[in-house]
Design a protein around this ligand. Structure first.
Ligand code: ZN
Length: 309
């Protein structure tokens, strides 16, 4: 993956493909309609998201991520169990509770630690599709089985029903003017949970809304090393995004360049509150939508990941 220029939220936006916010708040259905079969799935022009979006089960075989966060797939996927003592998976209809065993183990361990920082438990949003790859809606990353969204809403004390998991809304943590967090919903435990996550050695990056990063910068106190991993991003006002580094020995997994040193609380953060970012002028000529990614853009191994039964 190319190195991200220092002040490049737009490049970062393209990288994550967040044309629309990832949508933890989008409701699901207990009875999702199955996707119609494709007329010609093997045509080279078939968008890869149409193929991976129809893969309902993991690719058998040893766990292996192939490619990069926004152009990749994985074999040997595991589902995070929908319930644990300190986590619950949301929006089950999306079937995005999959990841490499490395990610699944990580989420389970993080969830176990959450109560120690005063967070009742994790509401887990989108991870990956069973075989990863691009998705029909939402994110452009989350393809490698190493990304997970966690809601910024603490887990309730009861086991949520299927319907509640589809219909409950996440909490918007950002104030209407987008310049800061909403103090009516932001708590010290939010900082503690994000800090706990950033302090885990497996974590490469965390994405949050710039207003949330601003609050973290203000409230972090003297221990600031963990802030390096917490990167401002569009959206991410309902959930935070955890990105793990490639696990040891995953030879065909492409890490992203490490984030720039420092806490990222200075000039870089200020840029996100500039007029150009907060109130971008609409382009004079509407840019042509980029054609969707096809299998040719993904590592060759992803063809077998897709086909293996
Ligand atoms: Zn995400």
């Amino acid at each position: 993956m190319p190195t991200q220029p220092r002040f490049a939220p737009l490049a970062a936006l393209l990288l994550l493909g967040l044309t629309a916010p990832a949508g933890a708040q989008d409701k699901g259905s207990v009875n999702p309609r199955p996707l119609p079969p494709l007329a010609d799935p093997d045509a080279p022009s078939t968008p890869a998201k149409e193929l991976f979006g129809r893969a309902a089960t993991p690719a058998p075989g040893p766990a292996h991520p192939y490619g990069s966060y926004a152009k990749g797939c994985f074999s040997g996927g595991e589902a995070l169990p929908v319930d644990g003592a300190t986590w619950q998976v949301m929006r089950l209809s999306r079937n995005r509770m999959w990841g490499t065993p490395h990610l699944v183990d990580f989420i389970e361990r993080l969830a176990a630690k959450a109560p120690k920082v005063g967070w009742t438990g994790l509401l887990v949003g989108d991870m990956s599709q069973p075989r990863g790859g691009p998705m029909l809606t939402g994110h452009a990353s989350h393809q490698l089985g190493l990304d997970a969204d966690v809601w910024l809403t603490p887990m309730p004390s009861h086991r949520m029903s299927r319907a509640e998991r589809e219909e409950t809304s996440a909490t918007d943590m950002v104030r209407g003017d987008r310049l800061d967090i909403d103090p009516r919903v932001w708590t010290p435990e939010h900082l503690r949970l994000i800090r706990l996550t950033a302090q885990q050695p497996e974590v490469a990056r965390i994405f949050v809304n710039a207003a949330i990063k601003k609050a973290l910068c203000r409230e972090a106190g003297g221990d600031r090393g963990w802030l390096t991993k917490v990167r401002p991003m569009y959206g991410h006002n309902y959930h935070y995004h955890i990105r793990l580094a490639c696990p040891d020995g995953a030879g065909e997994c492409g890490d992203q360049a490490p984030p720039p040193a420092g806490d990222g609380c200075g000039e870089e953060l200020a840029y996100w509150f500039s007029d150009a970012v907060l109130h971008p002028k609409p382009p004079k000529v509407k840019p042509k939508p980029r054609p969707p990614m096809t299998m040719a853009a993904l590592p060759a191994a992803c063809r077998s990941v897709l086909k293996t039964r």
